[in-house]
Design a binder for this molecule. Structure first.
Ligand SMILES: [Zn+2]
Ligand SMILES: [Zn+2]
Length: 357
C-alpha cells in the first residue's frame, strides 16, 4: 500500500489512558481530500472516556482529538471549496455513508456508519487517528471554514462543544429573542450554551448543583439568573417558566426537578451522557406535555452555520491553552473538572518532530 504523509501524534496505548509520542502515517491524499496542518485541538470529555476504554470500544493505539483547527496545506484536484492557507476545522466525525436516511436529510451526524475522527473505522478499514497530531487528511465535505475573526485556539472547542449545544437550540427553536433558556451545568458545553443563548437575545438561567459558579455565570458569562438545583424552594419559585432546557451534565442527576422548570410543551434536550440511566416517571412529561430529546453533536451544515454565527458575534470558548507534553496532566485535571472551560492543545507550537519512540 502506498504510504501517505508521515505524522506525529500523541497516543494512548492501553486503558491507563496515558498518552505518549507516536509516529504513524496519514492516508494518501485523495482527489477530494484536504490536507490540514493542525494548529490547535481541544480536549473533550469523550476523549477521556475513549482513551480509558470506558465504553469498551478502544482501538489502541489511539490518537485522540476531534476539536481540530488548522491550516490547509494541500488539496486534491477535486477540491473546489478550500485552498492552501485557509483556516479550517474538523469536528467529531470525518465521513459518513452519504446515502442513508440521515445522510440524505442532512443529519449525517446520525449516520449508522459515521466515521469518527478518532478511534473510528474508516471505509477502507483503517482506524482513524485524531487531532492530537501534526497533520490530518479529511474529505472536503467534512471540513468547515473557521472565520478569520475568531482566534484559532478559542475556536477549536466550537467544533464539538459548540455545535453540540448550538444544533439543538436551532432545531427546537431555542434561538429566539425573549425566549427563556435553562442551561444545566456550567462546563465545556454549558458555557457555550450560555453564550449562544445570550447572542440569540434569550433570557438565560443557569442551573447548577451549587452556588460556586453563580458569580461566574452572572457576571462574566452574562447569564440573567442562577438556580441551585438542590434548593427546592428556589426551584419551585422558578417552575413553569422556561421554553427549553439544555442539560449538559455528564454525571448522574435527577431530571424531574428540571422538567418542572419547563412551560407546558417545553423542550428539554439531553446533551451530557451520564453512565446511569435517567429516572423518568411518566407523570413528569405527561403533565404539561413536556418533551425530552437527545442530541449528538450536529451536522456539517450546522457546524458551519454555528461557526459563521460565532464569527459574527465574536463567540469563542473560554480556554486554557496547554503544550502537548502537558496533555496527561490536562486529562487528569479534566477528570476532576478542574478547567475553565476547555483545555486546548497548542499542537503546532509544541509538538516536537523527531522526538517519538
Ligand atoms: Zn467532543
Ligand atoms: Zn449515512
Amino acid at each position: 500500500m502506498e504510504q501517505g504523509k508521515a505524522a506525529l501524534g500523541w497516543a494512548a496505548r492501553d486503558a491507563s489512558g496515558h498518552l505518549s509520542p507516536y509516529n504513524f502515517s496519514r492516508r494518501v491524499q485523495k482527489d477530494d481530500d484536504v490536507t490540514i496542518k493542525v494548529l490547535f485541538c481541544g480536549i473533550c470529555h469523550t476523549d477521556l472516556h475513549i482513551i480509558k476504554n470506558e465504553w469498551g470500544n478502544a482501538l489502541y493505539p489511539i490518537v485522540p482529538g476531534h476539536e481540530v483547527v488548522g491550516v490547509v496545506t494541500d488539496v486534491g484536484p477535486g477540491v473546489k471549496n478550500f485552498k492552501a492557507g485557509e483556516t479550517v476545522g474538523v469536528g467529531y466525525f470525518l465521513d459518513s455513508c452519504r446515502t442513508c436516511d440521515s445522510c440524505s436529510k442532512g443529519h449525517e451526524n446520525y449516520c449508522p456508519t459515521l466515521v469518527l475522527t478518532s478511534n473510528g473505522v474508516d471505509y477502507d478499514g483503517a482506524t482513524t487517528q485524531g487531532g492530537f497530531s501534526d497533520v490530518v487528511v479529511v474529505n472536503q465535505d467534512y471540513v468547515v471554514r473557521v472565520p478569520d475573526t475568531l482566534p484559532p485556539d478559542g475556536a477549536a472547542p466550537l467544533l464539538c462543544a459548540g455545535v453540540t449545544v448550538y444544533s439543538p437550540m436551532m432545531q427546537y427553536g431555542l434561538n429566539a429573542p425573549g425566549k427563556h433558556l435553562g442551561v444545566v451545568g456550567l462546563g465545556g458545553l454549558g458555557h457555550m450554551a450560555v453564550k449562544f443563548g445570550k447572542a440569540f437575545g434569550m433570557k438565560v438561567t443557569v442551573i447548577s448543583s451549587s452556588l460556586r459558579k453563580r458569580e461566574e455565570a452572572l457576571d462574566r458569562l452574562g447569564a440573567d439568573d442562577f438556580l441551585v438545583s438542590s434548593d427546592a424552594e428556589q426551584m419551585k419559585a422558578a417552575a413553569g417558566a422556561m421554553d427549553g432546557i439544555i442539560d449538559t451534565v455528564s454525571a448522574g442527576h435527577p431530571i424531574v426537578p428540571l422538567l418542572e422548570l419547563l412551560r407546558p410543551m417545553g423542550q428539554m434536550v439531553v446533551c451530557g451522557a451520564p453512565s446511569e440511566p435517567l429516572q423518568l416517571p411518566a407523570y413528569a412529561v405527561i403533565t404539561g406535555g413536556k418533551r425530552i430529546a437527545g442530541n449528538g453533536v450536529g451536522s456539517v451544515r450546522d457546524c458551519q452555520a454555528m461557526l459563521d454565527f460565532a464569527g459574527e458575534h465574536g463567540i469563542t470558548a473560554d480556554v486554557e491553552v496547554v503544550k502537548m507534553d502537558y496533555v496527561n496532566t490536562a486529562v487528569e485535571r479534566l477528570e476532576r473538572n478542574d478547567v475553565r472551560y476547555r483545555f486546548v492543545i497548542d499542537v503546532a507550537g509544541s509538538l516536537q518532530q523527531g522526538g517519538a519512540a
